[in-house]
Design a protein around this ligand. Structure first.
Ligand SMILES: C[S@@+](CC[C@H](N)C(=O)[O-])C[C@H]1O[C@@H](n2cnc3c(N)ncnc32)[C@H](O)[C@@H]1O
Length: 264
């Protein structure tokens, strides 16, 4: 039996180190980027059209890191609120807010228990945030509680293919299956944090149990010109041109959906 509070402590410690090694330095360029792109290989949103018009939407970003996704959404006219567990990541986000003159609420919280009222948002988004680092059985119902009926949940996470092709000891995905798909979604790579990688069927079950209907699953490949990312050793560009490296889910909360136990 795992202790969720120790998972939080491990993940906060991991992200404090990653902030020092990489994300703090990278944040300026990410905030400065004018195009909304998805994932490790920068697939343009204009090619996918996942978000549609976000102007005037209340948006919550769950596991925002340095909050560049929220900054892009703010530039498009949305009203983001960004939640993250790790103070160092939020400190970087705060510095970028001042530098770029884009401000929105930054909340230090566990995305499985967000201290905000029910029915507050039109769109919930997570790019490698809560959708990787939180237990789906907890953050998905919590997101349903936060969304208004008809609201959307959009999240990008590692593909099922890539998580089954990464060696047990971590490192770049290989061109064969190296890990079982069957078994618990909870994974800890050596020296890494605690992640959750459900199968497609499990995602659909968890989403449906919280009242979401899946509208799309975009399987993202690296664009032709893309280069292998410098810091995250998950998949090379060559690998990601052949197999989907990321799953981008779009789900809508149906009205009258079941609510989490923390909801009213
Ligand atoms: C990969 S970053 C996501 C941000 C950004 N989109 C990116 O790709 O760099 C993952 C973030 O999830 C946060 N995180 C991990 N566990 C969390 C939790 N339980 N609640 C909220 N945020 C969490 C970490 O602190 C980290 O900043």
């Amino acid at each position: 039996m795992t202790d969720p509070s120790s998972d939080l402590a491990v993940n906060r410690a991991v992200w404090t180190v990653i902030n020092e090694e990489f994300t703090d330095e990278r944040a300026h360029d990410a905030w400065a980027a004018r195009d909304f792109t998805w994932g490790l290989f920068g697939v343009p949103e204009r090619d996918l059209g996942v978000l549609g018009d976000v102007a005037d939407l209340d948006v919550i970003e769950l596991g925002c890191g340095t909050a560049y996704v929220s900054a892009w959404l703010a530039r498009l006219g949305a009203r983001p609120v960004a939640v993250d567990l790790t103070p160092a990541q939020l400190d970087t986000a705060r510095r970028c807010q001042e530098l770029f003159g884009i401000t929105f609420a930054l909340i230090e919280a566990n995305a499985e228990e967000v201290p905000l009222p029910d029915d507050s948002f039109d769109l919930a988004i997570s790019e490698y945030g809560a959708c990787v680092w939180c237990d789906p059985e907890r953050w998905v119902p919590e997101t349903a509680r936060l969304l208004r009926p008809g609201g959307r949940l959009v999240f990008l996470t590692n593909s099922v293919q890539v998580t089954t092709c990464v060696p047990e000891q971590g490192g770049y995905a290989e061109d064969r299956l190296l890990r079982p798909q069957r078994g618990p979604a909870r994974v800890q790579w050596p020296g890494g944090g605690i992640e959750f990688h459900p199968s497609h069927g499990e995602w659909i079950r968890v989403l449906a149990e919280s009242g979401f209907v899946v509208e799309a699953l975009h399987e993202l490949y690296a664009p032709d010109h893309a280069k292998t990312p410098a810091y995250y050793d998950i998949a090379t560009a060559e690998w990601a041109r052949k197999w989907p490296v990321e799953d981008l889910w779009v789900a809508r909360l149906t009205s009258g959906s079941p609510r989490s136990s923390t909801g009213t």
